[in-house]
Design a protein around this ligand. Structure first.
Ligand code: ATP
Length: 234
């Protein structure tokens, strides 16, 4: 099954008199449980595509379906509820809350979005911290962590509540090459462990190699699709 379906999607941004087509007539399908990359030069439309999938923005034309739900016409409130139920996010700047410990950062979405008690959160938070190898650092604060540790914490946070899909916009852009490889390997292992679909953007060729499905964007157009054997029908 496909968890994301773009059908002739165009996204146009207007600034003053000028209209920029950030995505032009894009049709693509992202298989469920795949490890998928959006690649392309700066300005090619990767962030725009992730923002549409994340229901942070809506297509100008065409149809987009995510986890079986049509993205058109959702209100802000419906979008927020959809994200809380189905999606996790990893950001290039980690976006951890500095006043919360590692444990509290991972717990935060369960407390704030799912309104769970501290006690009810504990088993899942503890399990996720162990999965990303951060159980020994649970009481530290983001300022006390390396970049790789911050991103491992952010990956754990993205996975709480067991979302079907994690979106990661340039998750390795602020990491050195070796740490970047480790974070991507971790995300792939999390996909294997939890069956979560991961969609990430990158322009780093070494990171692209780790993807099973690759969509190349250029100037808002899908110019190439590559998939490991069996992936597209997965
Ligand atoms: N909110 C916006 N308003 C106007 N133009 C925008 C907006 N967001 C993106 N664009 C334009 O849309 C195009 C695609 O941008 P996008 O951020 O999706 O590219 P990208 O591939 O993610 O680039 P990068 O690798 O530099 O992050 C660019 O020309 C950009 O200037």
């Amino acid at each position: 099954m496909d968890i994301v379906v773009f059908d002739n999607v165009t996204k146009a941004y207007r600034s003053g008199e000028v209209t920029v087509d950030a995505l032009r007539d894009v049709t693509l399908r992202i298989p469920e449980k795949s490890f998928t990359a959006l690649v392309g030069p700066s300005g090619s439309g990767k962030t725009t595509a992730l923002n549409l999938i994340g229901c942070l923005d809506q297509p100008t034309r065409g149809t987009l379906t995510v986890a079986g739900q049509a993205m058109a016409g959702m209100s802000r409130r419906q979008g927020a509820a959809f994200r809380g139920a189905h999606l996790g996010f990893v950001f290039q700047d980690f976006s951890l809350l500095p006043v919360l410990s590692v444990y509290e950062n991972v717990e935060y979405p369960l407390r704030m979005i799912r309104r769970m008690s501290k006690k009810a959160c504990r088993p899942e938070v503890t399990r996720l911290l162990a999965s990303v190898g951060m159980e020994d650092q649970a009481d530290k604060y983001p300022a006390q962590l390396s970049g790789g540790q911050k991103q491992r914490t952010a990956v754990a946070r993205a996975l709480v509540g067991q979302p079907a899909l994690v979106l990661a916009d340039e998750p390795t852009a602020n990491l050195d090459g070796q740490t970047a490889q480790k974070v991507i390997a971790l995300m792939k292992r999390m996909r294997d462990e939890f069956g979560t679909t991961f969609v990430f953007s990158t322009h780093d060729p070494r990171i692209m190699e780790q993807a099973e499905v690759l969509f190349h964007l250029e100037d808002g157009r899908l110019v190439d699709t590559q998939a490991a054997p069996g992936e597209v029908d997965r």
